[in-house]
Design a protein around this ligand. Structure first.
Ligand SMILES: *Cc1c(COP(=O)(O)O)cnc(C)c1O
Length: 495
């Protein structure tokens, strides 16, 4: 299986190892598979008898054909081990006897769904270096506003031939997020705070990436820069697995028969997670509607309704911060599949130049064949957290609440009674403050106290990576000016 850029009409081809190492295509497009492998009835039957790591290796093998089955199985067994995904990699939780099944994607080492991709992707990258004859060490630079940094640190720590440096805005992440990063373990990682906001951290990283001088200096020391970005194919492919796995689990539980269609709802930011569901559908998994759930930043709801994507709008900070996004990068991959590379390149050019584009009627119709869009504002989100607790005794986080609200809105609007798998993307304890306030109408004593207070009142166990977070050894306390990021990087490498 080869890969090509979403914007290249000549369709130059690259191996999976090359695209995982490279990240972004040279023309600025994203890498997509040249064709879609199929999932047969025999495949699904075989997958039903497997555990999650084996299912993952099987699905990845359809795309990463330059990796051996043994390599993939070995990496998946390590990535999705029962010791790091405690309680299973992607278990389903049915809400009472309703048609809604919550797919819990947050049992990994940072209690958020980014672990599903970031536990496996570094292993794939490490092998890609060997497969592409790369002799240098990859230096991964990340600017983070919270969740991605921690998930990337946990994924890349102690992986061969990779070093990682994470920059975060010193006052721009939550207390829990800061502690999670400052107490990070691993011999090949560094965490540095920036005096400034997230944009300063991000611009600083971009500047380092764009500097040929820096690249030469790094090369001399045996390093090259790489990113852990969510547009990397190595992060997208592993996300297809859990949709297939959920279908198998519903089959095994006797909730559906083979061929029965199910719907999914996904709390969406960068459009990576829901795009993976679309790929599963293209492969032949019996998925019907893909409901794209947004928070108050409802640019995708508008796009799916009108065909116009317009980021010239107010940006809201919400209690589901991982979905506070106005540029959903992975949407470009969907455009490629419905409109082809030439129109995709034109839409993206318009987005760059004017901040907006409008797809034509045929493209919008093709998108609507699979997708619906609904959004939840802050009040809906809080009300959904309360209602889910009251009606089903089930605790959900703010992002999952946006999705549950959207799933209900879809079901109410259509009367569709098919099983609905709702992707749950974070542990409620990751956003304990807002969850607590939503449930009880008053703020907890402090952000850290929110965890124990929420546990006391609900009786739900604190997710393992967040237990005792206040008592761990702080390793990383450096704070530098945004202008000193490059120096900090070389200082770290010289250590
Ligand atoms: C990243 C993230 C999302 C959004 O996922 P996309 O793939 O970017 O659409 C939703 N919820 C949580 C908790 C996340 O961390």
């Amino acid at each position: 299986m080869k890969f090509q850029s979403t914007r290249d009409k000549n369709a130059a081809k690259f191996s999976a190892a090359q695209v995982i190492k490279q990240g972004l295509a040279a023309d600025g497009g994203l890498f997509v598979p040249e064709s879609i492998p199929t999932l047969t009835k025999e495949d699904i039957t075989a997958l039903c008898a497997m555990d999650y790591p084996a299912r993952a290796a099987f699905i990845l093998g359809k795309f990463l054909t330059d990796y051996t089955a043994e390599e993939l199985l070995c990496d998946c067994r390590e990535a999705y081990a029962a010791t790091s995904f405690v309680g299973g990699a992607a278990p389903l939780h049915q809400l009472g006897d309703t048609e809604t099944h919550v797919m819990e994607l947050w049992h990994g080492p940072t209690a958020a769904f980014k672990d599903m991709a970031l536990q496996i992707m570094p292993r794939l990258l490490s092998r890609a270096l060997v497969k592409t004859g790369e002799e240098r060490t990859a230096l991964i630079l990340v600017a983070t506003s919270g969740d991605t940094g921690k998930a990337a640190l946990e994924g890349y720590k102690d992986i061969d031939r990779i070093k990682m440096m994470v920059f975060y805005p010193v006052d721009g992440v939550s207390v829990v997020q800061k502690l999670q990063m400052q107490t990070q373990t691993g011999d090949n990682v560094n965490v540095t705070a920036i005096k400034g906001n997230f944009d300063d951290a991000q611009s600083g990283v971009k500047k380092i990436f764009g500097d040929a001088e820096v690249a030469r200096a790094l090369d001399k020391q045996g390093y090259f820069l790489s990113s852990a970005n969510s547009i990397n194919w190595g992060r997208l492919a592993p996300q297809i697995v859990y949709y297939v796995s959920a279908y198998c689990d519903l089959l095994n539980a006797g909730k559906i028969a083979y061929g029965d269609k199910i719907n999914v709802t996904v709390p969406t930011g960068n459009f990576g997670n829901i795009f993976a569901a679309y790929l599963a559908k293209l492969m032949g998994l019996p998925l019907d509607r893909l409901v794209c759930a947004s928070n108050k930043n409802n640019i995708l709801t508008d796009f799916l309704a009108t065909g116009t994507y317009d980021r010239n709008r107010h940006f809201y900070l919400t209690m589901s911060p991982s979905m506070d996004i106005l540029i959903s990068s992975n949407l470009e991959r969907l455009l490629y599949f419905v409109a082809g590379p030439e129109k995709t390149a034109a839409y993206m050019k318009s987005l760059n130049e004017t901040g907006a584009y409008t797809v034509d009627a045929a493209d919008l119709a093709a998108i609507k064949e699979s997708f619906d869009g609904f959004y939840a504002d802050e009040q809906d989100t809080a009300a959904t957290i309360r209602a889910t607790m009251q009606d089903h005794g089930y605790l959900i986080d703010t992002h999952t609440a946006v999705a549950v609200s959207a799933a209900k809105a879809y079901q109410a609007a259509t009367g569709d009674k098919k099983p609905m798998v709702v992707a749950s993307t974070a542990s409620p304890y990751k956003f304990a403050c807002d969850v607590y306030t939503s449930l009880y109408g008053e703020a907890p004593e402090s952000p850290l106290a929110a965890l124990s207070q929420l546990c006391e009142k609900t009786g739900v166990e604190i997710t393992y990576p967040l237990r005792g977070i206040g008592e761990r050894t702080v390793r990383f306390t450096d704070v530098v000016d945004a202008t000193e990021m490059q120096d900090a990087m070389f200082a770290y490498l010289a250590k």
